[in-house]
Design a protein around this ligand. Structure first.
Ligand code: PEP
Length: 250
């Protein structure tokens, strides 16, 4: 059966010293509780190796992106093999900020997913509609298309290795959270789209996280929904107490 997961996305925040300190704090806090979910922190590339050295196996580590090439003359890029070599096990792909600011298309993301899987990294693949699409009622179709275009060339076995994160773009970093009902409607839809392609068992085994201004005060209500299997957490992951407040919402 699918896992419950809370994953932090630190984005372009924290210096190396601050990041290592935050990772240590989360690691210590986790030791003291019996978490009912897997816990992952996705950190800047520059922090990966150092953070890997200060956390225990109970805390998962991921990158926030990887390149769409394996190696070579791609100045400034970081490949999936490079990410994996740090000890990271996860990689966020398709975050709306990457799609919006760096022009990442479904074609590019398809390549990135394959390269990540080839390194045994678990992609945390983000999908979600912008405000206009929410308001004009096309949001279910938009998300269906994002999944179909980037992921439906995968075998059922490889699809089964993914974590999905539904992140309505209008809720990311805005303080505006989707209601638990809006999240559940979309998560149930996503699961039915997966079932239509890969069958009910693959769909039932897929962890689908919610992301978008999730905080300790709203996490419980959202996570209680049957098709919501945890959260991808931005801002609130930068503070150990807030992040742990979300982890313990399970
Ligand atoms: C995110 O960017 O993945 C995210 C969910 O951000 P926030 O929690 O800050 O809305």
């Amino acid at each position: 059966m699918r896992k419950n997961i809370v994953a932090g996305n630190w984005k372009m925040n924290t210096t190396l010293a601050e990041g290592v300190g935050l990772a240590k704090d989360v690691n210590e806090a986790l030791k003291g509780i019996d978490a009912k979910c897997d816990v992952v922190i996705c950190v800047p590339f520059t922090h990966l190796a150092s953070v890997a050295g200060v956390i225990d196996s109970k805390l998962g580590l991921g990158a926030e992106n990887c390149a769409d090439h394996v190696k070579g003359a791609y100045t400034g890029e970081v490949s999936a093999p490079m990410v994996a070599s740090t000890g990271a096990k996860y990689v966020i792909l398709g975050h709306s900020e990457r799609r919006q600011y760096y022009g990442e298309t479904s074609e590019i993301l398809k390549t990135k997913v394959n390269l990540a899987l080839a390194e045994n990294l678990t992609p945390i693949f983000c999908i979600g509609e912008v405000l206009e699409e929410r308001e004009n009622g096309t949001f279910l179709d938009v998300v269906t298309k994002q999944i179909e275009e980037a992921l439906f060339d995968l075998s059922a076995e490889d699809f089964g290795k993914l974590i999905l994160a539904y992140e309505p773009v209008w809720a990311i970093g805005t303080g505006k959270t989707a209601t638990a009902e809006q999240a559940e409607e979309m998560h149930a839809h996503i699961r039915s789209v997966i079932a239509g392609k890969y069958g009910q068992e693959v769909a039932d085994n897929c962890s689908i996280l919610y992301g978008g201004s999730c905080k300790p005060s709203n996490a419980k209500e959202i996570f209680e929904k049957p098709n919501v299997d945890g959260g991808l957490i931005g801002g609130a992951a930068l503070d150990c107490a807030s992040f742990m407040g979300i982890v313990t919402a399970f």
